[in-house]
Design a binder for this molecule. Structure first.
Ligand SMILES: *[C@@H]1O[C@H](CO)[C@@H](O)[C@H](O)[C@H]1NC(C)=O
Length: 390
C-alpha cells in the first residue's frame, strides 16, 4: 500500500508538470481531407496570385515593404522544397540576386537582422535549392557579431559599438547574449526578433558545425529565457540595454514567439540538449493555446487589416513558419499533432472564411474581400506549411 501511494503521488506530480500538447476541442476545424496534390496546387495558386505585383527591377512587391517581400521569397523556396518541385527556383534565384545587387548584404534599413557580413546570395544559380531551411533569408544567417553583447562587455558595462553605458544585468540577470536591434551607436534596444532569433546562429552552427556559433546561440537562448519570456511562456518584445526599461507587457506578437520556436528547435537539434527542446515546447504550447492573438476557435486575429498594410499584418506568417519548422524537426508525435491541428485551423479558416478564389484576406476569420498584396503574403506560409503538416 505504502509504495503504491508513493507511485500514485509521483504520477500525479508528473501529470501536474507535464507539457500538455492536447488539441483544444473548441478549435474550429483542426483537420483536413484535401489530398496532397490539391494542397500543393492550392499553395502554388496562392503564390501565383501575388506574382503580378512583383517589381522585377527591385525584387519587391507592390503593396508591401522590403522585409515583407523577403518573406514572399522564403515561401517560394519552401514551396519547392516541400512540394519537391523546381517551379519557383529560377524566380527566387533571379530576384534574390537582384535584391543583393541593390542592397549590400540584403540590408535596406541598417537593422541588425539584415546587416550581416558581406555574404554572397546563398541561392546562386549553381547552387541547388533546398539544402538549407529557406528562412532565414540568406543574409539573416549572418547576424553582425558586433551587435551581440558578450559576457565580458556585460561585466564591463561597455559595448564597443555603443555610445551609452551598458546595463550588465537587468532584473539581476546578465545581458550577455542579447542582440541589439540596430547597430546605430545610440540605439539601446535589445529585442526578441534579433535575439530570440538565435536561429541564425543555430543555422550557422548546423551548417558549419562550428562550435562558436553554437555557443553564441546558447548565450542568446539563455538571454531570452532569463529576460524576455513572460510567465505564460510567450516572448516579450524589447529590453532597453541602458536602463532595463521594457516594452509594454501587452506587446506580445506572434512573430517574436515564432522566431524563438524556430531558433530553439534548431538549437535543440544542433546541441542534442533536452533543455532547449523543453523550452521550445513550452513556448510552442503557449503560442498555439491561450495566446492573446486568437479566440477560443484558434483562428489567429492578429494583423487583421482589410484596408491597409502594416508590419503587423504579416507577423503571423512568421509564427506559422516557426511552428512548421518545429513540426518538421520534432520527433515528438504529440507536438506534431498539435502543430498540424493549429495549421489546419488557419488553413480551413482561410479557405472557408477568407478566400476569394486563390486570394485571401489578412482577416483570417473573414469575410473575403478583393485582393491585397499584404493579405496574400500573410496567407502564403499557411498554404505551403499545410502541404506537409497534414
Ligand atoms: C473578389 O475579388 C474581386 C477582385 O479583386 C473583387 O472584385 C470582388 O469584390 C471580391 N469578392 C468578394 C466577395 O469580396
Amino acid at each position: 500500500m505504502y509504495s503504491k501511494s508513493i507511485v500514485v503521488a509521483l504520477a500525479l506530480c508528473g501529470y501536474a508538470t507535464a507539457q500538455d500538447f492536447g488539441v483544444p476541442l473548441s478549435w474550429r476545424k483542426f483537420s483536413n481531407t484535401r489530398p496532397l496534390n490539391e494542397r500543393i496546387s492550392i499553395a502554388q495558386a496562392a503564390i501565383n496570385a501575388i506574382l503580378p505585383q512583383l517589381n522585377s527591377a527591385t525584387a519587391e512587391f507592390n503593396g508591401i515593404g522590403f522585409w515583407q517581400s523577403g518573406n514572399v521569397w522564403s515561401v517560394l523556396a519552401n514551396q519547392d522544397r516541400i512540394a519537391g518541385s523546381t517551379v519557383n527556383q529560377a524566380r527566387v534565384i533571379a530576384n534574390l540576386n537582384t535584391a543583393f545587387r541593390l542592397n549590400a548584404n540584403y540590408d535596406k534599413f541598417h537593422s541588425t537582422t539584415t546587416r550581416c557580413g558581406g555574404q554572397r546570395p546563398r541561392y546562386m544559380p549553381t547552387e541547388p535549392m533546398g539544402i538549407l531551411p529557406c528562412y532565414p533569408m540568406p543574409c539573416l544567417v549572418n547576424l553582425k557579431r558586433s551587435s551581440v553583447i558578450t559576457p565580458a562587455q556585460a561585466s564591463a558595462g561597455r559595448h564597443p559599438a555603443k555610445s551609452f553605458t551598458l546595463a550588465g544585468t537587468c532584473d539581476g540577470k546578465s545581458m550577455a547574449g542579447g542582440v541589439f536591434w540596430r547597430p546605430t551607436a545610440d540605439d539601446q534596444g535589445v529585442n526578441s526578433v534579433t535575439t530570440g532569433y538565435a536561429p541564425p546562429r543555430s543555422f550557422l552552427a548546423e551548417i558549419t558545425g562550428d562550435q562558436k556559433y553554437t555557443n553564441a546561440a546558447i548565450q542568446s537562448a539563455n538571454w531570452m529565457r532569463s529576460l524576455n519570456i513572460n510567465s505564460k511562456n510567450l516572448a516579450l518584445d524589447t529590453v532597453n540595454a541602458h536602463d532595463c526599461s521594457r516594452s509594454p507587457d501587452g506587446w506580445i506578437f506572434t512573430y517574436n514567439s515564432g522566431k524563438l520556436i524556430e531558433g530553439l528547435g534548431v538549437l535543440s537539434h544542433v546541441t542534442g540538449d533536452n533543455q532547449w527542446d523543453t523550452l521550445m515546447a513550452n513556448v510552442l504550447i503557449a503560442s498555439t493555446k491561450g495566446a492573446p492573438w486568437q479566440g477560443s476557435n484558434g483562428v489567429i486575429t492578429e494583423g487583421s487589416s482589410p484596408n491597409s498594410n502594416n508590419d503587423g499584418v504579416s507577423f503571423k506568417s512568421v509564427l506559422i513558419r516557426g511552428l512548421h519548422e518545429a513540426f518538421e524537426r520534432s520527433s515528438n508525435n504529440d507536438l506534431r499533432i498539435l502543430v498540424h491541428s493549429y495549421v489546419d485551423v488557419q488553413y480551413n479558416a482561410l479557405l472557408d472564411l477568407a478566400a476569394n478564389g486563390s486570394t485571401y484576406s489578412s482577416r483570417w476569420a473573414g469575410p473575403p474581400q478583393g485582393f491585397t498584396t499584404w493579405g496574400q503574403l500573410a496567407a502564403l506560409d499557411v498554404m505551403t506549411s499545410a502541404i506537409n503538416a497534414n
